[in-house]
Design a binder for this molecule. Structure first.
Ligand SMILES: Cc1ncc(COP(=O)(O)O)c(C=O)c1O
Length: 458
């Protein structure tokens, strides 16, 4: 039974049917393309693309800035932005130029040899995040995997601790939640776990320092892997003192701290780490930093880099389990350099955050106007509403506030009127190109959806 989101279920079901029918009727080409994809597993390039509110995915034709067009001739304002992969906007010109120049000029998509762009990207990441030594992957998942391996090796401890209902990519160690009895257990839906997750991992709720200390006191945790704010179960913001407490406890118990800034990068040009003065030992990131071209990266503090390099028994060059033939390739590096130097700049963040502030403010007013028990959270350029008020304090509370039917209805309603949200939740992200007029357009449609849902006028 879904949470009490404050809406009439029968009305919601009827409206959802109407919107799904309209979605299908107006997208015959997308529907046909989906039906023709007989040799794709699940009919999609990757099975998660079946996470669509209306039954089949929209096949897009063009994507520039914050606009997408589909094969049926519809245009969308894109607030999904590839769930952060396209936070720089789609196909930003400096990234397109840099990648084209690399491939059409000197050439070499992948060579096993470094280019000088890599050092420039490392230096820029060091400047932004205050973390001095960088290494590259092709996804944030891999950056997390490799950080975990290094920290297990250097500490000799077997376990990783994460927050309940976190998401760090398909990292086996992270698929653990706090169960109703307060103990860790495998997250529902986990596929093909290599081993019982409680043998590799510990878990604590976000914003719970007591729970964290209880787990760290076992002395077997190599690293805490966390987002400075949860972003994959709605946005759950840290309470005052929580992040400082995490840092203090990890130091007390000899546990390293990894900040995964893949999404919290929305907080500013140096992510939450710079915005909030955090001091992680490792910082992992991916998605947005190369303007949509595949990349992942992990940065190491000076002390940690020294400790790892001093371990001459660790094979960091050949069979050590940290690898990726195409990692650090010249195209990713050229794209990241261009994106960081010319697109996701300080002024760009100023504008994205101002637009997101307008988005959050407008959203709150509309929700209040319809007296719905929902809350709105913002993390820099990223905004999300949750079907609970006050806003959830941790992952378990936020998971309990999920309402799939309502979410699907809102996503379909918005898509039918030319607005895209992130399919996995109610997240809206601002690109440098997103304008206040775009925000107002979203709000007009959102208010109309709530009007129909509640059959009232605000
Ligand atoms: C915080 C965080 N870390 C890591 C990842 C994994 O990123 P990727 O799928 O690009 O490997 C995600 C993906 O959503 C994420 O949200």
């Amino acid at each position: 039974m879904p949470t009490d989101s404050g809406v009439d279920r029968a009305r919601l079901a009827a409206l959802a049917d109407r919107e799904r029918a309209s979605f299908a009727e107006r997208r015959p080409r997308s529907a046909a393309a989906y039906q023709r994809a007989d040799h794709l597993f699940g009919r999609v390039p990757m099975t998660w693309m079946n996470k669509t509110a209306a039954g089949f995915p929209i096949y897009f034709e063009t994507a520039h800035g914050n606009r997408i067009t589909d094969v049926d001739g519809h245009e969308y304002l894109d607030f999904c932005l590839g769930d952060t992969g396209a936070m720089a906007g789609h196909s930003p010109a400096p990234v397109v130029d840099a990648v084209t120049r690399r491939l059409a000029g000197p050439g070499g998509a992948t060579t096993m040899l470094p280019t000088e762009d890599a050092a420039a990207v490392g230096a820029e990441l060091a400047r932004r995040f205050g973390i001095p030594y960088w290494s590259f992957a092709l996804t944030a998942t891999d950056a997390n995997r490799w950080a975990i391996r290094l920290l297990r090796a250097v500490t000799g401890r077997p376990k990783i601790l994460v927050n309940s209902y976190c998401y760090h990519g398909s990292v086996d160690e992270s698929l653990i939640v706090v169960g109703p009895d307060g103990r860790g257990r495998s997250r529902e839906g986990n596929v093909g776990a290599p081993t019982d997750v409680t043998t590799t991992s510990r878990v604590a709720e976000f914003n719970d320092l007591e729970g964290l200390e209880r787990e760290l006191a076992h002395g077997d945790v190599a690293a805490v892997l966390m987002e400075p704010a949860l972003t994959n179960i709605g946005i759950v913001l840290p309470e005052p003192g929580y992040l400082a407490g995490v840092r203090e406890l990890t130091r007390t118990y000899g546990t390293y701290l990894i900040n995964d800034e893949t999404h919290t990068f929305s907080a500013g040009p140096g992510g939450a780490t710079a915005a909030w003065g955090l001091e992680p030992d490792v910082l992992t990131i991916g998605k947005a930093i190369a303007g949509g071209i595949p990349i992942g990266a992990y940065g190491l503090s000076a002390g940690l880099a020294e400790a790892i390099l001093a371990r001459t028994d660790l094979d960091l060059v050949d069979m050590g389990g940290v690898g990726g033939t195409l990692a650090g390739n010249p195209v990713s590096m050229a794209a990241a350099r261009a994106c960081l130097e010319h697109v996701l700049t300080e002024p760009a963040f100023d504008s994205m955050i101002a637009t997101a502030t307008a988005f959050a403010g407008g959203l709150r007013k509309i929700i209040e106007g319809y007296a719905l028990p929902w809350s709105v959270s913002r993390l820099g350029a990223r905004v999300e509403y949750r079907f609970a008020d006050p806003a959830p304090r941790n992952g378990t509370e936020s998971a309990a506030a999920a309402d799939g039917e309502l979410e699907d209805f809102l996503h379909t309603y918005l898509a039918n009127r030319g607005v895209l949200l992130t399919p996995f939740h109610n997240m809206a992200l601002m690109a440098p190109q997103t304008t206040v007029a775009d925000v107002e357009r979203h709000h007009e449609i959102f208010a109309a959806a709530l009007g129909e849902l509640t059959a009232a006028t605000a």
